[in-house]
Structures are given as C-alpha cells and as structure tokens.
Write a protein that binds this ligand. Structure first.
Ligand code: ADP
Length: 459
C-alpha cells in the first residue's frame, strides 16, 4: 500500500510549480521588452506605456510649499511638503482609511471624501489666517490608476485596478471630478498635476539620489516608471515635442501578459484568483506579484490541502476559507526570523491560533514557512524580469543605476529586495550587481510636490 505523504513530499510539488529558472526569466524579459516597445509605438496597447507630460529630471534646487493628496490602494494620504532645495524636504502627513464600500460606490463620492480629508488636514495644519484671501496653494493629486493624459493637470481613467470599482469614473477626467469635489468644500487650492505614484517616486528618488533611473511600486499593486527620450516614443511624434526632450513613462506594467497568458508561469491558484477577481483577465503580472494577492495565493494552496484531507483534519477551518482572509503581512511574519529558542516557530503558531483558531504541527509550520518563501520569492524574481526589461531597453547595465522602490511589500517583506537583486544576477550574470534597488522615502507625496514645482518653473 502507498505510504502517507509527508509535508516535505507535498512541498516538493509546490517547489516545482513556483520556482522560476534563470532561463525562464530571460524568456520573460525578452517578451517584456517587446511589450514595452509595442506600448511606446501604438496607443491602446495592453501595457499602455503612458506618457506623463512630466519632462526631465528635477535639479534638486526646487523650493516651496505644496499639498499632495495620494489615493493609493489601501489608504488615502494627505501631505504638506516643504521643498528646501539641495535635495532636502520636510513632510507633514495624515492617513485616512478607505472602506471597501467607498472603493465600489460612486466615483464622485470617493473624490468628495478625498476633498473632505484635505479640508480636515488644512484646518488642522494651517493657523487661521495663514492662507491669505485669494491665495491658492498648489496641489498635486497622486492618483495611482492607469490614466491617459494629454497634459499634466488632466487624466482620463482607463480602468480601475487594485480591487477598485467605483461607478461613473472609468472613461472620465478624474482631475475635473476632483476639482468639483474641491469646489464643494471651497478649498484654497489649485490642482496643478495628476501624477501616478510611480512617476512621483521616480522624480522624488532622483531629487535625493541622482543615480536613480527607474522607480517601482510594490504595494497593493505593482507598477514602474522610467524616463524615455521623446524621439523613442513613436506614438506621440505628431505632437511636435523636441525628440531629445525626456519624459517620464508610467508603464502600467501590472497589465503585462493580460488576456494572452502566454509568457508568465501561472499556476491553477493564480487562475482561480484571476477568475474570482472583479477584473478577470486583467493585471496578469500584478496578480502574481503584489501585496493584494500573495496572501491569497498561499491561502488557496492551504485550502486545496484542506480539501484533500492533508491539513487540519477534524478542526473547523471556516475562518481560513474566507477569500482574502490571509493577508500578505502574514507571509512576512512567517518568513521573519525572530529569536525563537524553542525552534517551534512560535510566530506561525500564533498566526494560526489567534487569527484562524487552528492548531498546527511543527511539520506543518515548517511547510507554511517554506510555502511563503516560494510565493514571495517568485514575486520578487518576476519583478526582476520587469526591471531587467527596462534596464536592457535603456542600456543601463554597463554603467549601472539605482532603482527607487516603495510600497509595503518592498519595505516590510523580509528579504524581498535581496531576492530582486538575486533575480537580476540570474538574468544578467555578475553585471546584474550594477543594478541596485533602494527604499525611496515618501516618493508619491514628495514627488508630486517636486513635479508641481517643476511645472511652476516651466510656466
Ligand atoms: P498602497 O499600495 O495601497 O498605497 P501599501 O504600499 O501599504 O499601500 O501596500 C498595501 C499592501 O501591502 C496590502 O496588499 C497589504 O496586504 C500588503 N502589506 C501590508 N503589510 C505588509 C507586510 N508587513 N508585509 C508584506 N505585505 C504587506
């Protein structure tokens, strides 16, 4: 008769499903490069390579006070940024939590809420009378969803991502919608720029570290921006902008391989996430990488093993069976090596007993940690493929460059950056060491302030 499989036997199956070889990575990089190229050539491509109308790098000498509203995926942030010149800045900020209802309700209501939070922020942070009558503070709106722009203070939402679905917004100018909300509150602000968080992070990181050539966000979603020569963006040649001017491109690379599903190694767990998401087929790359999904991938594997009678026999697993019940932060905690003299993996005991009322064996806990590692490592290595595609397109490998990165996944997941670096070396060999990622502080808020300042100078 067959002997019962151990957890280590099960692990081997998942190892082969979630492991990416260097050869496979190089194939993904090639396909990625073609996709970037196509997006620059023609409008309306799956990876839209959006021209942002942010021209050139900051000098570091920009100064002044600027407000920024940042609508991310999880939180709404309002910041007051004081640029001091010399690459230095000060920032005061408040965070406001968004509810799931707000993400799905009416778009105008969502922007009304943003304006209300801004009003609260201004009332709290400015002394009465400190803003003179008629004075308007420049406001940058960091709106991190794909928008087409034909100037910097205007942006038509192509589609919601990251689980948002607010009605009456796709296809409309979000700057105009936000202006309406700002007017309702009679706020002393002037909306000067709509900026993607990747664009903001690119500009803010280069203000602080001029070696920065690429910015990547690893948060609820995943996306990147970099600087492109206008002459190399065929789809905007007719605008008569100088070929040698440089413009930030917001790649919206989370959409790579959407609908076609030709290039990325999707497992059946990834397919389930896609089918059950509010946007099936879309954001194929992001769904393998970003914070919104990694916990869910792991949960689906665990649920499969529950259904097969391998895990938690005789225990009530209903809490684990709720979609998205397993936050990506749990993967981080499971992978974190804390001092644990008992070697019992106390942290993992805690997560399962406290949040899911489940008892685990040591073998199971070792399995969960190994599984988290597989899912987290795959995400990091796929991100390396995207970075490598830009590096290779722009010829940054020889000289090397820095990559400004932000988002909870990058900042809090143990070893994430190291795994991205390891992935770059698997793709490029030793030269991969020339590409270094680092945490870009407060990129989205500060970036939008710098861009507002750059726009002011240009006018
Ligand atoms: P956003 O992208 O929404 O602006 P974040 O960068 O904070 O904001 O990303 C939020 C995402 O990060 C969520 O999907 C969440 O599951 C994930 N996350 C939060 N904390 C951690 C953590 N400690 N480790 C890994 N992922 C985390």
């Amino acid at each position: 008769h067959a002997t019962k499989k151990t957890m280590a036997d099960h692990l081997r199956k998942y190892e082969s499903l979630f492991t990416l070889t260097p050869q496979r990575m190089r194939m993904i990089v090639e396909a990625f490069k073609d996709t970037l190229e196509l997006g620059l050539e023609k409008h309306g491509q799956i990876v839209p390579m959006i021209p942002t109308y942010v021209f050139g790098w900051p000098t570091g000498g920009e100064t002044g006070d600027f407000l920024a509203v940042d609508l991310g995926g999880t939180n709404l942030r309002v910041c007051l940024v004081t640029l001091q010149g010399n690459g230095k800045f000060e920032i005061t900020q408040s965070k406001y939590r968004l509810t799931e209802e707000q993400k799905q309700e009416d778009g105008q209501k969502l922007f009304d809420f943003c304006a209300e939070c801004l009003k609260l922020f201004i009332d709290t942070n400015f002394e009465p009378g400190s803003i003179k009558d008629g004075e308007l503070l420049p406001l940058g709106f960091t709106f991190s969803y794909p928008c087409t722009q034909d100037r910097i203070d205007h942006g038509v939402l192509i589609r919601w991502t990251k689980g948002f679905g607010a009605a009456n917004t796709e296809g409309r100018d979000v700057a105009e919608m936000f202006r309406q909300s700002l007017e309702k509150q009679k706020l002393p602000v002037h909306l000067t720029a709509i900026i993607n968080d990747t664009t903001g992070t690119l500009i803010a990181s280069s203000y602080v570290n001029p070696r920065t050539k690429i910015a990547v966000i690893f948060g609820t979603g995943c996306n990147a921006a970099y600087m492109e020569r206008v002459g190399d963006i065929p789809k905007i040649k007719n605008l008569g902008i100088d070929d040698d001017a440089e413009m930030v491109i917001n790649c919206e690379w989370g959409a790579f391989d959407s609908f076609e599903h030709e290039h990325l190694p999707r497992t059946k767990y990834d397919q389930t996430i896609d089918e059950q998401s509010n946007k099936p087929g879309e954001q194929a790359f992001e769904k393998l990488i970003s914070g919104r999904y990694l916990g869910e991938i792991l949960r689906l594997v665990i649920c499969e093993l529950i259904d097969d009678g391998v895990l938690f026999l005789g225990q009530n697993t209903y809490k684990l069976e709720i979609p998205y019940a397993f936050d990506t932060a749990f993967l981080s905690l499971m992978e974190r090596h804390v001092f644990d003299p008992t070697e019992e993996l106390l942290m993992i005991i805690g997560i399962f007993s406290h949040f899911f009322a489940l008892e685990t064996t040591l073998a199971e806990r070792q399995f969960f940690r190994a599984l988290a590692k597989l899912v987290g490592r795959r995400a990091a290595r796929l991100s390396s493929c995207g970075i490598a595609a830009i590096v290779s397109r722009k010829g940054y490998l020889e000289e090397g460059c820095a990559v400004g990165a932000d988002g909870s996944l990058y900042n809090k997941y143990p070893g994430f950056a190291e795994r991205v670096h390891e992935g770059l070396q698997d793709i490029f060999g030793d030269k991969g060491r020339n590409i270094i990622t680092y945490h870009a502080e407060d990129g989205s808020g500060v970036g939008s302030a710098i861009i507002a300042a750059m726009t002011k100078i240009r006018k």
